[in-house]
Every structure is written in C-alpha cells, then in structure tokens.
Design a protein around this ligand. Structure first.
Ligand code: C5P
Length: 306
C-alpha cells in the first residue's frame, strides 16, 4: 500500500463564448464553446486506504453518494478492475452549482489523482472516455488553458492560450438548473444539419478568438436572465462598475467580468461583498502550461500538448 498522499489543485473554468447550435438526437445539445481555466481552485488530497471515502468540511457534499468525486473514483475502479481504495479529502472553494465546472474539475482531477496513486496502466484516451461518461464538462479538465469544446462539450481542441486576463467572478445565491436552462432554450433539432457546417462555425469563432476579434457571448444569457433576473442585475452592475466585459459562465449563476485596472476590480468586488449569500473572487486566467505544471505528478496521463 502506498503511504505518500497526493495533493492536487482542482481549478475552475469560465466559458469565453458559448453557442448552442441545436438539439441532437440523443437529447443533448450541440455546443461550440471556449473553455478557459481560472485561478480559483479546490484542493484534493488522495491517500491509499481501504474502500472509498470522501471527506469534506461541507457535510452535505461529503455525504452525497452522487458526488462526482466518488462517481469518478468508482468509475475508475470499475474500468481498471483494481481493488485498491482511497480516502479523498476535498477542500471546497469553488461555489456550486455555479457554472464554473467545480464538480467536473473535481471529477477529472480524481481520475488523474487515483490513476497515479494506484499506479494504473491506463491511457489518456481511456481516461477521456471515462471523463465524458461522467459529465459533459469533465474531459476539458484533462487539458486546461484555453480550449474549444464541441459536440456535447466533450470534444476538446486545445488552442493558443489567451493573453492573461484579470477577472472578478461573482456568484449570486441562485441555483440555475442546467437541464431546465437547455430545455428553455428551445434549440432547433439538428437532425438535418451538416456536421461540416457546425465545424466551420466553431473554426471561424476560434480564429476570431485567437486574433482578439471575438465578442464574448453566451447563448444561455437570455434564458437564464429570464429565469433569474437577479443574475442579469449582477451582469449589469459589473458593467456599470467599469468592467470591459461581463458575461454569464456556463449556465450560471456565476458572472465573470474583465477589468483592466486592479483598483476597479477591488471596488467592484467590495460592492458585492455586502450582498448576503454572494461569493466574489479576484482571479486570473491560467495558461495550459501552468495548468499542466500544477498537475505534474500526473503528467504521464495528460493529453499531448499542442
Ligand atoms: O453532461 P452533464 O451531466 O453535465 O449535463 C447535464 C444536463 O445538461 C444533461 O442531462 C442535459 O439535459 C443538459 N445538456 C445538454 N447538452 C449538453 C450538455 C448538457 O442538453 N451539451
């Protein structure tokens, strides 16, 4: 039994743009999005132990059998056939649910951490397959940095990292049910749409993103702002407070805002600090190289970098 514990950060993401292109035959929606890692992160600590246990100061989260950390651990055990176990400690900082991919990130890092702790002979492709079965956002967290997501969000293409951005992330205490947000989008059926034209839409946006010409947009905004006007109020207030951009992340409720000046960012976060139940964070974007460095003990399992 291995006695050295393994500690890894589990980073959050934002979506720099998110387009819902239509409804697929399998009930999921076809997406074109740009994921971006941000410095806000949870901590996961893995120690070899009998069985599988999750320890977290947040009791509700630790006792939830559907927690993505435990689901990832079970899926990996099943896939590999190993009988080894672990005690997993989670220090939670990323608000959930929040559109910041916290649970998905925890799941991906659990796959990496346990595969390393258990010295499993497993390839990146296999890990990506297990990740996609756990959730649409999980595969991205094996890559990090700036990356395009297509299909359900599980087809990941790393692209050149965006220049570092200084952001404020504000999460109001209003949970947005993701499945409901997708339903309300009433996206057209994709049964007749040519996959090549979907790829082209995504490619054009990727090129614009790379050259700094892309306006950050999120197709969830009108729907989610309709369900929870408080989230729109957060977006509008951040713009009034001089953010150059403010956008919903994923299906929300988090809103991220880009500031070109640290004082303005501090002032903006101070405004929301007074609102009951709100979380606010000053964060930076994280490049793929930095992301991979943080996950160095698991480097052998990460997809090849571009
Ligand atoms: O894959 P994940 O469990 O994160 O998805 C949660 C829900 O969001 C799905 O059950 C589905 O209703 C919706 N979804 C979707 N299209 C996607 C991703 C998620 O309709 N591309």
């Amino acid at each position: 039994m291995k006695t050295t514990p393994l500690s890894l950060p589990s980073f959050a993401k934002i979506n720099l743009f998110l387009k819902v292109l239509g409804k697929r035959r399998d009930g999921y929606h076809e997406l074109c999005t740009a994921f971006q890692t941000i410095s806000l992160h949870d901590e996961l600590n893995f120690t070899e132990a009998p069985g599988l246990t999750l320890v977290c100061a947040d009791r509700e989260l630790a006792s939830d059998e559907n927690n993505l950390v435990l689901r990832a651990a079970r899926a990996l055990r099943e896939h590999s056939g190993t009988e080894r176990g672990a005690r997993i400690a989670l220090e939670k900082r990323i608000p959930y649910p929040g559109g910041l991919g916290g649970g998905s990130s925890n799941a991906a890092v659990t796959l990496l951490g346990l595969a390393t702790l258990w010295e499993l002979d497993i390839g990146t492709r296999e890990l990506l397959g297990i990740a996609a079965a756990l959730g649409s956002d999980v595969p991205y967290f094996l890559y990090g940095g700036t990356a395009l997501g297509r299909g359900r969000g599980t087809v990941i293409e790393p692209v050149r990292d965006q220049p570092e951005m200084r952001l404020a992330v504000v999460t109001p205490p209003v949970p947005v049910p993701t499945a409901e947000a997708y339903r309300r989008m009433a996206a057209p059926d994709l049964t007749n749409t040519d996959p090549k034209s979907i790829l082209k839409i995504c490619r054009d946006d990727a090129e614009k993103l790379d050259s700094g010409r892309l306006k950050f947009t999120n197709d969830f905004e009108p729907v989610v702002f309709g369900i929870e006007p408080e989230i729109k109020a957060v977006r509008d207030r951040l713009l009034e407070l001089d953010a150059t951009t403010a956008l919903l992340s994923g299906s929300g409720a988090s809103v991220f805002a880009i500031f070109d000046n640290d004082d303005k960012r501090r002032e903006a976060l101070a405004v929301f600090a007074e609102s009951v139940g709100y979380c606010g964070f000053a964060v930076e974007t994280v490049s793929r190289a930095a992301y991979r460095k943080h996950l160095r003990p698991c480097e052998h399992l990460l997809p090849k970098d571009i």
